[in-house]
Design a protein around this ligand. Structure first.
Ligand code: NAD
Length: 268
């Protein structure tokens, strides 16, 4: 289904690793809605080669970039404008990684070098992307930047570990940079706080299967899926949401506003 919501718009989509990735679905939907974009991911993620399938399907080019490297981001933003023929209208930041989670360190026994990496990859990379874009004046007025986050930024979910701190920082950068970029160029910056979703990053959190069912039972509408998240991203990139900025937008079937549900109570 297409409503040409992104017709004529140019974008950069970070984070499509495989078909399960939320960014993958966003790329497919952005293509359907008439956007042209560049796909990017960390050079190491290119090895699996799956992103090339997506590039072919969406008629887009791939530029490898480590989102923690200002040098890589500068090349990415510069080359994307050359390839797409003008300034950028939308960016999806769909990046998350914690070495502490991967290597099963507990929150009270973190490796601090890895903790810095978690924050750099999962949060500071958004600041770097925005700062490079602003310095290069690479985003059009009323452009829209969306990063994906999780409610562990506001509430404790013990197994989410140091990613919770990264998401809090990500949401704070969204507000702070959103202010400055809004005042100077009318560029909007928001986070979408997504339901737990079965993807490579999601499945890295221990006890994820049980957690998905819990969340499903705690959400009046049930968990929001990856496709629905992609649709929300499309609406945020479109001109229909021009005055939304500096927000953390819950896309979670009502989970964030629910204290308890009868289906959860019935289990006790
Ligand atoms: N899956 C969930 O349950 C869920 C829920 C809420 C929010 N999110 C967020 O959605 C976003 C996308 O995750 P996903 O679930 O689609 O999983 P995913 O594993 O498909 O995507 C994560 C991406 O981050 C990329 N990445 C890691 N290090 C990078 C680096 N240094 N430079 C550039 N890219 C790098 C990976 O290559 C991968 O493509 C993440 O921010 C995640 O925290 C996911």
């Amino acid at each position: 289904m297409s409503n040409n919501l992104l017709k004529g718009k140019r974008g950069i989509i970070f984070g499509a690793l495989n078909e399960m990735s939320i960014a993958w679905k966003v790329a497919e939907r952005a293509h359907e809605e008439g956007a042209q974009f560049v796909l990017t991911n960390a050079p190491i993620a290119m090895r699996m080669g799956e992103i090339n399938k997506l590039a072919e399907k969406t008629n887009s080019q791939v530029i490898p970039a480590d989102a923690t490297s200002v040098e890589d981001l500068t090349k990415l933003l510069t080359q994307s404008q050359e390839i797409l023929g003008g300034k950028i209208d939308f960016i999806l930041h769909s990046i998350g990684m914690s070495p502490n989670v991967r290597k099963k360190k507990e929150y009270t026994g973190l490796n601090y070098e890895w903790y810095k990496q978690t924050l750099d990859v999962s949060a500071i990379s958004l600041h770097k992307t925005l700062q490079v874009a602003k310095d290069l004046d690479a985003i059009n007025d009323w452009g829209s930047v969306v990063a994906l986050t999780y409610i562990a930024a506001q509430r404790i979910f013990p197994d989410y570990n140091d990613m919770a701190d990264a998401k809090s920082l990500l949401e704070s950068i969204t507000r702070s940079f959103g202010y400055h970029y809004g005042v100077s160029k009318k560029v909007r910056v928001n986070t979408i706080s997504q339901s737990p979703t079965v993807t490579t990053a999601g499945s890295g959190v221990s006890g994820f299967d049980k957690f998905i069912s819990y969340s499903e039972n705690m959400s009046p509408l049930g968990n929001a899926g990856a496709i629905d998240c992609a649709n929300y991203c499309i609406s945020m990139f479109s001109d229909l949401t021009k005055f939304v900025t500096m927000q953390n937008l819950f896309h979670d079937g009502g989970f964030s506003a629910t204290g308890v549900t009868t289906s959860v109570m019935d289990k006790f």
